[in-house]
Design a protein around this ligand. Structure first.
Ligand code: BEZ
Ligand code: FE
Length: 292
């Protein structure tokens, strides 16, 4: 076709696929081109606006390193990461949520009852719960990879003052599917704003905050791995997470307790608690692995 027009350009694009192209790739690229062309036509995109878009991608490439991926962040703040996550989630079981860039591989294995708070300031929080299947049957031997911000709002990989694995741990559920440990409250924080994504948030009048949360990756043989986060009900950003990660079933509560109610044994902190603390009880359920 040599007379390409704004009316036929999408059809011309679709006619260019080779015969042997993977059918799923054809499906995805057909939809992408159709929506992209429709978007440009609907908005009557100008040259200058098109350049702004390309410039965001160019700058994202420049700022991206193995430790910091601006393209993932762009996907996060556009809601695409959460949408892909929701589309691919099983119908049953605890909801998944975004992984984020601050997970570290091979966190140290810790015994149940270990303390992540150590010398950090802030109220002690006892986190406990059960990992079950979707019929409420406890799963023994499930692993929980847990990570969170320190009280200064930074993950260890962002903070030269913290050890590599500070506030990162791997727990294994006991024979009743239970997990428990102590920590300090994670705090709300901003996603990185010193790149093109920050400029985009600013230009569109959006804030960069995420509500505070505790990250989990839960794995157990025969079940789908669950990547998720748990948010307190009193966080000021609960209803406006800039990366769209909050789901109804991922909301927890801090329950205040006097020091006298802290368990006498079973925790690193047993016998050492003299101030009020909070308890978070949060159960999570895994759906079966269809491939198992
Ligand atoms: C996080 O929860 O760690 C996170 C998720 C998306 C973007 C930035 C941070
Ligand atoms: Fe996070």
């Amino acid at each position: 076709m040599h007379n390409v027009t704004s009316d036929n350009i999408t059809d011309v694009f679709l006619s260019y696929f080779g015969n042997d192209t993977d059918p799923r790739l054809v499906e995805v690229m057909t939809s992408l081109a159709t929506h992209l062309h429709a978007f440009a036509k609907e908005t009557k995109l100008t040259h200058q606006e098109w350049q702004v878009g390309l410039d965001i991608l160019r700058r994202a490439g420049e700022i991206t390193t193995p430790e910091r991926d601006e393209f993932v962040l762009l996907s996060d703040v556009l809601g695409l990461s959460s949408l892909v996550d929701m589309i691919n989630s099983p119908e049953k079981g605890t909801s998944s949520s975004v992984l984020g860039p601050f997970h570290i591989s091979n966190p140290p294995a810790m015994d149940l009852g270990a303390d992540l708070k150590q010398h950090f300031d802030g109220e002690l929080v006892l986190v406990k719960g059960k990992i079950t299947d979707t019929d409420d049957k406890p799963i023994a031997g499930a692993t929980l990879d847990i990570w969170q911000t320190a009280p200064n709002g930074l993950y260890s990989s962002q903070d030269p003052e913290q050890d590599t694995y500070s506030f990162h741990a791997l727990f294994t559920t006991n024979e009743n599917g239970e997990y428990y440990f102590t920590t300090v409250r994670p705090v709300c924080y901003t996603v990185p704003t010193d790149g093109p994504v920050g400029d985009m948030l600013n230009a569109t009048g959006r804030h960069p905050w995420r509500p505070s949360h505790l990250h989990y990756i839960i794995k157990a043989a025969g079940y789908r791995s669950l990547v998720t986060e748990v948010f307190p009900d009193d966080d000021p950003y609960l209803n406006q997470d800039t990366v769209f990660g909050v789901r109804d079933d991922l909301i927890m509560q801090y329950v205040k307790c006097p020091a006298s109610e802290f368990p006498d044994s079973g925790f690193d902190m047993s016998g050492k608690v003299s101030d009020d603390f909070s308890v978070v009880e949060f159960d999570l359920s895994l759906s079966p692995d269809p491939a198992a």
